[in-house]
Every structure is written in C-alpha cells, then in structure tokens.
Write a protein that binds this ligand. Structure first.
Ligand SMILES: C[S@@+](CC[C@H](N)C(=O)[O-])C[C@H]1O[C@@H](n2cnc3c(N)ncnc32)[C@H](O)[C@@H]1O
Length: 251
C-alpha cells in the first residue's frame, strides 16, 4: 500500500495530522535556523501544509520545493502559499543532474520510510545541499494516544524497522563533511475520542493497512471496554507523542 493510501486519505490528511503538524512546526523552526533568502526542499511534502507554515512564519521569500509523487496530495499543495510542487518521487527528483549544491535546507517529515533506495536518496540530498546546508529527517517514535493491541504491534514493528534502517543508513552514508545529531522531543497533545476512532477506521497511517476491517472494529471495542470506557465521544484525550529528529549538518 503506497500511493493508493495517500490518494485515499488526502481529503482528510491535514485534519488527521493536525496535532502532529502543530507539534512539528516549532521543532523544525528550532532545528533549521531559517533565513528569509533560504532555498528549501521538502521531500515527501504531502499536502504542503508544513511548507506553507514555514514560509509564513519564517518570512521566506522563495517558495519551498514540495517534492511528492501523490497527485491527490499535490493537488492540495498547489493551492497553498509558499509552495512549489514537484510531482516526483525523491529518487526521480534527485536523479536530475542539475540538483547539485542548490538547497540551503532539505526537510523530510514522516516520508523517509517510503524511499525505495534510502541510501541513494540521502547521498543525493547531501549533494544537493550548499556548504553550511542542513538536512532534517523527522519521524514519530511513539504516537502516544490510546492504542489497541493489534495496532500497537504494527506500530512497534514499524518503529523498530525505522530504528534499524536509520542506523544502517547512517553507516552507509557516513561522510566526513556531514555531522549527524539526533534528538527526541516529547510533545503533549490531545484529540477527541471520535477523531481517534475515525483515524483508525480510515487507516490514517499507511501501516494500519496491515489490519483488516474486523481487526480495527475489534480494536475499537477493546478501547471502548477498557481505557476509554468513561470517555465521551467529544471529550479530549491527552497524551504525549515522541518525535525523533535526525539532523545532518554539512560543513
Ligand atoms: C506520511 S506522509 C507525510 C507528508 C508530510 N511530510 C507531512 O508531514 O504532512 C508521506 C508522504 O510521502 C510521499 N511519498 C511516498 N513515496 C515517496 C517517495 N518515493 N519519494 C518522496 N515522497 C514519497 C507520500 O505521497 C506522502 O505524501
């Protein structure tokens, strides 16, 4: 389940990820040291919401290159301020010989697990950066909200694969000109029970496609009979999401 997934959730993507996006913006601003003249690329940019927010909040003067292969997600990105959508995968985009030493910042939020050849993509990202450039990769380590057993299992497996993959990639892309640092952010957030159930039912994250309708329905019953019994539909559930940032600083 790849691009089909994003086609099916594009209409509600920003609603489902609202809390995640709100938590991400200050983290990105803290890590990126953005200057108005910076040229920035967002790889796996989705609906372009993050690009638009960075453009507005940091007073950028040039639109952010929003690279994403999903037609439905890019249709949303075209309508935003401060975006320059490019309908391509990361692999296609970076195979272009002109993409060299042209970006001050490259970001990729929750998308690196989709790269077919992550080592090649990371190396081309370094090649695309100007001296002093920064590449930031963001991923969620723990969604934090109440989770039923089968969803937890799928999430834990995906996080573990991500950790191992990042370790391997870091080894394979090791470059004396690139300094790597990592940081985790604990982000308090909340959402209503009805929204959480809708997120599960719509399989808002691609990994949830590993569960069938019956497993999702059973999981929601598990939450209803357990931790969320006394929570009303429109009550807010508070939790802490753990967001992991890998920062690559080019000398
Ligand atoms: C979980 S979404 C994240 C979107 C956005 N970064 C955000 O945080 O809202 C992952 C995005 O990666 C895109 N994607 C999938 N395969 C990709 C690839 N090979 N190269 C670049 N982006 C890809 C999808 O179309 C989707 O929009």
């Amino acid at each position: 389940m790849g691009l089909d997934h994003y086609g099916s959730v594009a209409d509600k993507f920003d609603y489902f990820f609202k809390e995640f996006h709100e938590a991400n913006i200050p983290i990105l601003i803290e890590c990126l040291d953005l200057q108005p003249h910076h040229i920035i690329a967002d790889i796996g940019s989705g609906t372009g919401i993050i690009a638009e927010k960075l453009y507005e909040k940091c007073g950028l003067t040039k639109p952010i290159w929003c690279v994403d292969p999903s037609v439905e997600m890019q249709e949303k990105a075209w309508k935003r301020e401060g975006t320059y959508p490019v309908l391509k995968t990361a692999e296609e985009f970076f195979s272009h010989p002109e993409i060299a030493h042209c970006f001050d910042r490259v970001i990729s939020i929750g998308a690196a697990h989709h790269f077919a050849d992550p080592v090649a993509v990371y190396k081309s990202i370094f090649h695309s950066l100007r001296p002093g450039g920064i590449f930031i990769e963001v991923t969620t380590m723990d969604t934090g909200y109440p989770c039923f057993k089968s969803a937890k299992k799928v999430e834990k497996a995906a996080v573990e694969i991500g950790i191992q993959k990042r370790k391997l990639i870091r080894k394979l892309v090791a470059d004396p000109n690139v300094r790597v640092s990592e940081k985790e952010y604990c982000c308090p957030m909340s959402l209503t029970k009805s929204k959480l159930y809708e997120m599960y039912r719509r399989r808002y994250m691609s990994m949830l496609h590993q569960l069938n309708d019956e497993q999702i329905a059973e999981g929601i019953r598990e939450l209803e009979d357990g931790p969320l019994t006394d929570v009303k539909s429109h009550d807010h559930i508070s939790f802490t999401q753990v967001i992991h940032v890998t920062k690559f600083d080019l000398n």
